[in-house]
Write a protein of this length. Structure first.
Length: 354
């Protein structure tokens, strides 16, 4: 009878462990009592960060494998602490010998309300009948830098061991969080975060560094940055005014009005090729067409250098040193078919922590 009771305690320990294992996310585990911001508005000039399903599932599984032994042992101690010392020692020993749990995150599926997480927990190696359950994980914004992770039952399936607020998902390393939503039907994307990038560089090598990301930069953001720049002095009395930046094809077009000592004398159209080099997004001026009266000669080399420098500063500000860039594309891609046509799509890995 005592052994049967001890085995029952071990099974109870496993059930209390299930939710902890499932929520072994790259997050700061602490339930928040702050009010959820129900209808956050995106900043139209901010960037969208897409977190891939495959990378999230792999990250979660690694966390599960790392945390499962300690969580299981702690769960046993919590369940047996009310027993007398002799029985508690015997219970801990028997449970440890009988149960060698393993947990596998078998599926992570984005749906309208969140991510459906399905996990199997075996009581011992090669368990032919592992315990299995699913839960819906919703990510709700609670402040400018974090979302609360809330667990709920999946309709038509058994309720998970626990529901409600479970942990917080901190994105402060990226910038200001405007919104975070699941992305069902969007290729390999699980979540989309709308972020106003921080100009401060993220901590290098932090938790989450190297995590694959896709960043979508709205075309409108470039024009907003150009408008904020104002006039650019080129030298020899020339300045570029009313700078207009647009994304076209696989690159960028910059139109300016040219003034000489304050008087408008012509205009330019400059094409800029975008590429990834050494983890950085780089703009390179490939051609400038000049339309200026015969009395003036624009120093084109100085103009191109100034435009190129400004473009690269603008590109750095758009992604806020968040990403080690590996490729640049435009419009919807196979990975993020839900991206807006004409926007710039950057793929790479997180430079700092998630």
């Amino acid at each position: 009878m005592k052994h049967k009771k001890i085995i029952q305690l071990g099974i109870t320990s496993l059930f209390t462990l299930l939710l902890l294992v499932t929520l072994a996310l790259p997050v700061h585990a602490a339930s928040s009592k702050k009010a959820i911001i129900r209808y956050p508005k995106d900043d139209p000039n901010a960037v969208n960060i897409y977190l891939p399903i495959s990378a999230m599932q792999q990250q979660f599984q690694q966390s599960i494998q790392q945390q499962l032994p300690d969580q299981f042992n702690q769960s046993i101690m919590d369940q047996t602490k009310s027993l007398d010392p002799g029985t508690r020692t015997l219970a801990n020993q028997l449970i440890g010998e009988v149960f060698q749990p393993s947990a596998t995150l078998t599926q992570l599926t984005p749906e309208q309300g969140g991510l459906v997480s399905t996990i199997n927990v075996g009581l011992f190696p090669n368990d032919p009948n592992p315990l299995s359950f699913s839960m819906l994980l919703a990510f709700n914004k609670i402040n400018d830098h974090a979302a609360e992770v809330d667990a709920s039952a999946v309709p038509g399936q058994p309720a998970p061991p626990s529901t409600g607020p479970q942990s917080t998902f901190d994105v402060g390393g990226f910038g200001t969080l405007n919104s975070i939503v699941p992305t069902p039907g969007c290729g390999n994307s699980a979540l989309k975060m709308n972020i106003t990038p921080s100009q401060a560089p993220p901590p290098q090598g932090g938790q989450g560094a190297g995590f694959p990301l896709v960043i979508e930069v709205p075309a409108a953001a470039f024009q907003a940055g150009a408008a904020a720049q104002g006039n650019m002095q080129i030298g020899a009395g020339f300045s570029a005014q009313n700078i207009q930046i647009s994304l076209q094809g696989q690159g960028m077009v910059v139109n300016t009005q040219i003034a000489f000592q304050g008087t408008q004398v012509g205009s330019t159209m400059t094409t800029v090729q975008l590429s990834a080099a050494n983890g950085t997004l780089v703009g390179t001026v490939t051609n400038t067409q000049v339309n200026i009266g015969g009395l003036f000669t624009l120093p084109v080399d100085a103009f191109n250098q100034t435009i190129q420098q400004q473009i690269n500063q603008e590109l750095g500000g758009m992604i806020g040193n968040m990403l080690n860039v590996t490729s640049v594309n435009f419009g919807p891609t196979a990975d993020v078919p839900c991206a807006t046509p004409g926007n710039m799509i950057l793929s790479g890995t997180a430079a700092g922590g998630i």
